[in-house]
Design a protein around this ligand. Sequence first.
Ligand SMILES: N[C@@H](CCC(=O)N[C@@H](CS)C(=O)NCC(=O)O)C(=O)O
Length: 222
Amino acid sequence: MIRVHHLEKSRSHRVLWLLEILQLDYEMVTYARDSDSQLAPRALKDIHPLGKSPVVTDGDITIAESGAIVDYLLMRYGQEQTEPSTDNSAAWVNERYWRHYAEGSLMPLLVMRLVFSQLPRQSPLLVKPIAKGINDTVNARFLAPQLAEHLAMIEAHLEPRGQFSTTWPSGADVQMGFPLQVLSLSGSLRDFPAITRYVARIEAEPAWQRVVERAGPLMLPM
Ligand SMILES: N[C@@H](CCC(=O)N[C@@H](CS)C(=O)NCC(=O)O)C(=O)O
């Protein structure tokens, strides 16, 4: 039996979506975030040393990293449905690019944005204005311009296609959906209509709706 160690408000929603797409049976063990630090509880470290979610166990296999979990589940249970054939190298490479880009390049910007935005709240009273200044500067000089470039690239890809790969939903969609849903929830997609349509498309999918029924809607941490 596949077991998903699912942290609330987290990337673990991706794995649930893929399991629902593939219509696999699975158990979900849910963990709450610490209300102050928002970190995962220590119990997750009993499953994997870093104590991050998602982690999946399947028989004697334990696998962390959402991208590796997606690779594993597709390799074992559903490759043909969700990725282009290796005969079409360009389509295969394109799908793999987005599958890896999601965690390798896009998510670090969102995590940095979240961490810096929390600095003022988490700082002692006297330091709060300085912490706010640091957050504003990092945002203005680095994060906002970087994110704008990334979103422009994604918008240009989605505008004529409506999806990341030639297959739908692909492993690339499973990986890219989460950061784009987070950006939608934080109101960052106003200038990106194709990405907005793409997020709506995911959320209209029956497999996504089964995730919401079982685990609740995706929410922002903090
Ligand atoms: N690159 C990893 C990131 C895992 C990760 O950082 N997960 C977050 C949830 S989105 C987490 O467990 N945070 C709680 C913590 O760091 O304690 C993946 O894609 O699985």
